[in-house]
Design a protein around this ligand. Structure first.
Ligand SMILES: [Zn+2]
Length: 233
C-alpha cells in the first residue's frame, strides 16, 4: 500500500471532516488514482482545481507512488473564464437557490423529485453545472462540472455561486420565470399589472409578474448582487 501525504490548500482543508490543516497521510489501496484518494478524504472532484505530485503539475488520474506528496488546490475562477452565462441544475434541496438564480436571469433547472442519477445525467447531457450540498452526488463520475454549496442559507448560497462563476457580468434580472425557468416575454411588451405598473406573463406556465411588493423584495436582492460587483471592483 503506497503511503501518500496529501496537502490541501487555500481553504480546501476546511472541507475535510476534521479540518486537519497539516498534511493528511493516507495508506492508499494499490493503483489508486489521485482523485480517488482525494474523494476518499471527503472532497468531491468538482472542488479540485489543480493538483501537484511532488511539486509538479499532474492530472487527477495520476497514480501516486509510495512516499509521494500530493498538493491539492481548490477550484478557481480561472477554470470558468470565458464560459459566458453558465447553466445550472440543482438538487432537490436547493429549490430556493434555483429561484434566486432564475431571478438573476440564469437557466436553473430544478425539480422537487429528481433523483441523483437523473441530476447527474442532466448535468452531463446538457453541460449544466450541478449545484448540491451532497458530496456523494458530486463524486459521481459523470458530473464534470459541479459545485459543493457550503452555506445552508439560500441568500448566502447565491453569493457563493455568484462569486465562483463570476455571474455579475451576465445578470439579466426578471428575464426568467421563477416557477418554471422559462424565459419571459419582454416586460415592455406586457400588459399592465394590478397596481398600474408593467406586468409580464410566463409563456410556459402562465404565471403573471408585476411590480408589487414582492417584486420590490426581489429587486432589493438584485441590487445587493449588483452592489457586490462594485465592492469587488
Ligand atoms: Zn413559468
Amino acid at each position: 500500500m503506497p503511503r501518500v501525504s496529501v496537502h490541501f490548500r487555500d481553504g480546501l482543508e476546511e472541507l475535510l471532516p476534521r479540518r486537519r490543516k497539516a498534511p493528511v497521510d493516507v495508506a492508499a489501496p494499490p493503483d489508486s488514482t489521485a482523485v480517488a484518494i482525494v474523494e476518499d478524504l471527503g472532497i468531491p472532484h468538482t472542488e479540485v482545481g489543480s493538483l501537484l505530485v511532488n511539486g509538479r503539475p499532474a492530472g487527477l488520474m495520476v497514480r501516486p507512488a509510495d512516499g509521494d506528496e500530493l498538493t491539492v488546490h481548490p477550484f478557481g475562477q480561472e477554470a470558468e473564464r470565458d464560459m459566458g452565462s453558465p447553466r445550472f441544475v440543482l438538487d432537490v434541496h436547493l429549490g430556493r437557490l434555483a429561484r434566486l438564480l432564475r431571478l438573476l436571469g440564469f437557466d436553473a433547472e430544478w425539480s422537487r423529485d429528481a433523483d441523483d442519477a437523473e441530476l447527474a445525467a442532466t448535468a452531463s447531457r446538457e453541460n449544466r453545472i450541478l449545484l448540491s450540498r451532497d458530496r456523494g452526488l458530486l463524486k459521481r463520475r459523470e458530473v464534470r462540472r459541479g459545485c459543493l454549496v457550503r452555506s445552508q442559507d439560500p441568500r448566502l448560497q447565491l453569493d457563493e455561486v455568484t462569486e465562483r462563476y463570476r455571474l455579475r457580468g451576465h445578470l439579466a434580472p426578471f428575464s426568467r420565470c421563477l416557477i418554471c425557468n422559462a424565459p419571459l416575454d419582454r416586460p415592455d411588451a406586457a400588459p399592465t399589472g394590478p397596481n398600474g405598473s408593467p406586468a409580464g406573463g410566463c409563456p410556459s406556465c402562465g404565471r403573471r409578474y408585476w411590480r408589487g411588493s414582492h417584486w420590490q423584495q426581489l429587486n432589493a436582492i438584485v441590487e445587493e448582487i449588483r452592489g457586490g460587483a462594485e465592492h469587488a471592483g
